[in-house]
Design a protein around this ligand. Structure first.
Ligand code: ZN
Length: 407
């Protein structure tokens, strides 16, 4: 049976990419307008000798398989399958079989935790105190990690114990005795965009620290490329071409309950380049709805560049100091909805603040400017900024480059 390496040896990257977009030969390489960001100059390069592509505009790059998976919005292994078919190779993907067994195990565990929830008064009381109703509990398959022995028995009966151990969610202490990472925690299953459970988040109920833990990273779970709630929300996101990013599990669930369903949340990390790319495939506009505190503002500053680079329109909702989306939506859902509806593009908002003499807004705006891929739009904004500050455009441009390089 041929291996992945055999397939990689057969792939002609120019052949593959030119079946999707038009390539122009320049010397030893090929160029094109980048299909992954609005590109008015060809910034996309393909090197046949190295077998890779690279965009100098948005930074995306990789081999032919990566290109196909990005372009078709499918995962790496689906792209491998597709290319193997194209080259008439029947490839054996041992890794995929192993992954799918782990997915079965994770699904079983999610169902088990969900069942266990009924038996934990503490967990039910906690959910009630947060105003989470039974419909949401069912929708997000919330659970409780109670009886570890029973869980281990179930997994070993199904022949899934060994594969589940690889997820890092349980640790073997001695023969037949395991420690459950989520023991006595409220458990929130994390699904990938196709709906498979790939990890868990756990909230402590007895005051023990840390308050939240997540599954360790694994072959199937990477924080930098997965977002919570995307499976549940994706149809709502596509429908309105708009996605709201919140910080936590319960922000998302509370908003869902109030009918705000186009939300997603990163998993204990800042929004990454991969996240931004995924979101740009689903929506044109992103609204950042972070906590109204210093950390929330910092998260805005680190998220906006990735989103701008991905060609998205970015809006920010600034909540009152000390509020988070969860607390705010409970107090006044109408007020939150209208804040979302009337939110401004981050450039427009910051420019207004600059005009009012806000120094921090000036720094932020100039910083964000460097990430706007559309040269015309970037120049227009610099012109406005120059008007607002009476600084010449050239000096703004110089500063902008410096700011950008700092990152
Ligand atoms: Zn690009």
């Amino acid at each position: 049976m041929p291996s992945l390496k055999d397939l990689l040896g057969k792939i002609d990257i120019v052949d593959i990419i030119s079946s999707y977009i038009e390539l122009k030969r320049v010397g030893n390489s090929y160029t094109a307008r980048c299909p992954f960001h609005p590109d008015d100059t060809p910034s996309f390069y393909v090197s046949p000798s190295k077998g890779i592509f690279k965009c100098f505009g948005c930074g995306v790059g990789g081999d032919a398989i990566k290109f196909v998976s990005l372009y078709e919005n499918i995962d790496y292994w689906e792209a491998v399958e597709k290319l193997a078919k194209r080259y008439g190779i029947s490839i054996k993907l041992r890794r995929k079989e192993k992954d799918s067994k782990l997915l079965v195990a994770l699904q079983k565990v999610a169902e088990f935790y969900h069942e266990q929830l009924k038996e934990s008064k503490q967990a039910i009381d906690y959910l009630q105190s947060r105003g989470i109703n039974s419909k949401s509990i069912g929708k997000f398959t919330l659970g409780f990690a109670g009886n570890t022995e029973k869980l281990i028995k179930l997994l070993s009966e199904e022949g899934l114990l060994e594969v589940y151990e690889k997820s890092g969610n349980i640790t073997k202490i001695e023969e037949g005795v395991y420690r459950d990472l989520f023991k006595n925690r409220l458990v929130i299953p994390v699904r990938d965009i196709k709906g498979d459970v790939i990890a868990f988040g756990g909230r402590s109920l007895d005051g023990s620290q840390p308050k939240y833990i997540n599954s360790p990273e694994s072959e199937i779970f990477k924080k930098r490329s997965n977002l919570f709630g995307l499976y549940e929300s994706k149809e709502y996101i596509k429908e309105g071409e708009e996605v709201i990013v919140v910080e936590g599990y319960f922000d998302l669930i509370s908003l869902w309950q109030e009918g705000i369903r186009n939300c997603t949340a990163p998993l204990g990390t800042a929004l990454t380049e991969d996240h931004a790319f995924m979101l740009s495939k689903l929506a044109k506009r992103v609204i950042l709805l972070y906590d109204g505190d210093k950390a929330g503002r910092k998260a805005v500053r680190s998220s906006v560049p990735h989103l701008l680079k991905a060609g998205m329109q970015v809006r920010v909702v600034y909540l009152p100091e000390g509020e988070d989306p969860d607390s705010f939506v409970k107090k006044d859902p109408q007020a939150l909805k209208s804040l979302i509806k009337t939110s401004q593009e981050v450039e427009v908002y910051l420019l207004q603040r600059v005009k009012e003499g806000d120094k921090e807004a000036f720094e932020d705006l100039l910083y964000f400017c460097g990430f706007i891929p559309d040269g015309v739009k970037r120049y227009e904004l610099l012109k406005e900024l120059s008007k607002a500050t009476s600084l010449p455009i050239t000096s703004l441009q110089e500063r902008m480059v410096k700011v950008e390089k700092k990152e």
